[in-house]
Design a protein around this ligand. Structure first.
Ligand code: ASP
Length: 584
């Protein structure tokens, strides 16, 4: 037996017991005549003591030579500590060691294994197994386990069955590039890794599985950001014989359960908002509604004067920044520079101070009098002491820019509180989305999403106007899940592929199996998928997902620990009948 107890377990009630512990040397303090060692494992830290009077010379020497992160096993007696440490659960006791076994020595770690480490992100990722020994990462992984466990329990209790679907498949159109895997046995042919199990879960519905879920890896080859990983995990779900309302209720139930069990937060009914309203009020399809600062559209009240910037704009829109009138001129100039950065892309910003005495002072006083500005204040719900920030230009762009400003200011003002939770359903997304690059419509969600009843005809005349039975679940300004009611008949699905620019042959080659299945009695069905990594991070009060993933990849999609991706040798290439034609 390597250990009788773990390092977080011993208390005053264990005093005088003989125990065996094993773990890593966190640190040691050597006073010559006495050596204290902090022994650490997953569960905590226990202080070991070796002293001249009670410890043999040999063992004393061995103790003095223990290095950081050595793996040791100790036997000894639990004794009361002379000076107690109220900061750790084992702080009342220490272990007087009678036997010390070094199980493995350790090189000096390249960064300190402390909550606040001196290691930067890169080095921590290279030695991730050391990083995982640190509390913040360890606790995040344990937290993730807890969330995952709750999900499995909850859905299982509701009658959902977890079914595994294959990873070596054919392209699924979720809007990213596929990762592909060459097939040795089928020369010149490739599998694609699933961007999601979308088609399989629909086939499970045709197969009569009725209520499916899976905690599953998905793979998308797209440009990475802090909150994106090339492989990530979904809680993927699908139900048959349901309407949209059933899906919303089922997964609102799951989310409510998680918020309650994990965060102790009770949320009655999740509010719902139409996609069009989210865009109008927040310029964003995943609005953070923990704070106000809603958009006020100003076209009506700002386009009647000689200010050409506004007159020529498709949209003039502003927000009121609470207490923003206290900003100095310099601070406002900095804010203007901020919105002009290429990442935001505004051409400029008009502002209006709302003074405590009720008067206004704007950067466009030449064009607008106090009455005009009072109307701006009304439209943006500004109060005395606020600052109204106004952007103008092409509707979609301006909305995105003002949304970026709204989020940035809310962050600076401390309005995005990590322990406050505001879920929101955003509903009725457009079915199609215009893609500037390819100059074509793409499915906004995916091509299996059904249009709203009665709107299929609109596809011919006004495709951009067609709304879908598609919904996203938003939490604190992040999309944590999204899904739709699916098309379940062959004709509509064929029509959809046609509108999306697939020829009949292409549709058949790529999705013939699904169209075939729809001919054998496909039930009405729909579902959604949660992004587990992000969900866990948000429930854990954070927005970056990396620390909630044991072995994440960096922004270049590399695993710097195992050094992947990596070239393969000539023999392997030949076996796969592949020849490289590298660009550089
Ligand atoms: N497959 C979709 C996704 O990955 C989710 C769904 O429609 O159920 O976003």
């Amino acid at each position: 037996m390597y250990r009788s107890h773990n390092c977080g377990e011993l208390r005053a009630s264990h005093i005088n017991e003989e125990v065996t512990l094993a773990g890593w040397v966190q640190k040691s303090r050597d006073k010559g005549f006495i050596v204290w060692v902090d022994l650490r494992d997953r569960y905590g830290i226990t202080q070991l003591v070796f002293d001249e009077e009670r410890t043999s010379k040999d063992m004393m020497k061995k103790a003095q030579n223990l290095g950081r992160e050595f793996v040791i096993q100790v036997k000894g007696t639990v004794i009361e500590r002379a000076s107690k440490n109220p900061n750790i659960p084992t702080g009342d006791i220490e272990l007087l060691v009678s036997e010390l076994n070094i199980l493995n020595e350790a090189k000096l770690p390249p960064f300190t294994i402390e909550d606040k480490t001196d290691g930067g992100e890169d080095i921590r990722m290279k030695y991730r197994y050391l990083d995982i020994r640190r509390n913040p990462v360890k606790n995040s992984l344990i937290f993730r386990h807890k969330v995952t466990q709750e999900v499995r329990n909850y859905l299982s209790k509701q009658g959902f069955i977890e079914v595994e679907t294959p990873y070596l498949i054919k392209s699924t159109p979720e809007g990213a590039r596929d990762f592909v895997v060459p097939s040795r046995m089928n020369e010149g042919q490739f599998y694609a890794l699933p961007q999601s199990p979308q088609t399989f879960k629909q086939l499970l519905m045709v197969g009569g599985m009725d209520k499916y879920f899976q905690i599953v890896k998905c793979f998308r080859d797209e440009d990475l950001r802090a909150d994106r990983q090339p492989e990530f995990t979904q809680i993927d779900c699908e139900m048959a014989f349901i309407e949209q309302e059933d899906i919303l209720n089922a997964f609102e139930g799951l989310t409510r359960h998680l918020l309650k069990e994990i965060n102790g937060v009770d949320i009655e009914k999740f509010p719902r908002m139409l996609y069009d309203d989210a865009m109008r009020l927040y310029g964003n399809d995943k609005p953070d509604i923990r704070f106000g600062m809603e958009f006020g559209e100003l076209n009506q009240v700002a386009q009647h004067k000689d200010f050409n910037v506004f007159n020529s704009a498709e949209l003039v829109v502003g927000i009121a920044v609470p207490g923003g009138n206290s900003y100095t001129r310099k601070e406002i100039d900095k804010l203007i520079d901020w919105v002009k950065r290429p990442q935001v892309g505004a051409l400029g910003m008009v502002y209006c101070r709302y003074n405590e005495d009720g008067s206004f002072k704007s950067s466009v006083d030449k064009f607008y009098d106090q009455d005009d500005l009072a109307k701006w204040a009304e439209a943006t719900k500004a109060k005395p002491g606020d600052l109204i920030c106004v952007l103008s230009g092409e509707t979609n762009k301006v909305r995105a820019q003002l949304s970026a400003l709204r989020m940035e200011l809310a962050e600076r003002l401390g309005l995005r509180k990590p322990n406050e939770f505001a879920p929101l359903w955003v509903m009725d997304f457009p079915l199609l989305e215009w893609d500037e690059e390819t100059e074509r419509y793409h499915a906004m969600h995916h091509p299996f999403t059904s249009p709203k009843p009665g709107q299929i005809e609109l596809l011919k005349t006004n495709p951009g106007e067609v709304k879908a039975n598609a919904y996203d679940l938003v939490l604190n300004g992040n999309e944590i899940g999204g899904g739709s009611i699916r098309i379940h008949d062959k004709e509509t699905q064929a029509l959809m592929f046609d509108y999306l620019g697939f020829t009949e042959e292409e549709a058949k080659a790529q999705f013939g199996f699904l169209m075939d299945a729809f001919q054998y009695g496909a039930p009405p069905h729909g579902g959604l998928a949660f992004g587990l990594d992000r969900l866990v991070a948000i429930l854990g009060g954070q927005e970056t997902i990396r620390d909630f993933i044991a072995f994440p990849k960096n922004n270049a999609g590399r695993d710097v620990m195992i050094d992947a991706p990596a070239p393969i040798d000539e023999e392997q290439l030949q076996e796969l009948s592949l020849k490289l034609n590298l660009k550089s």
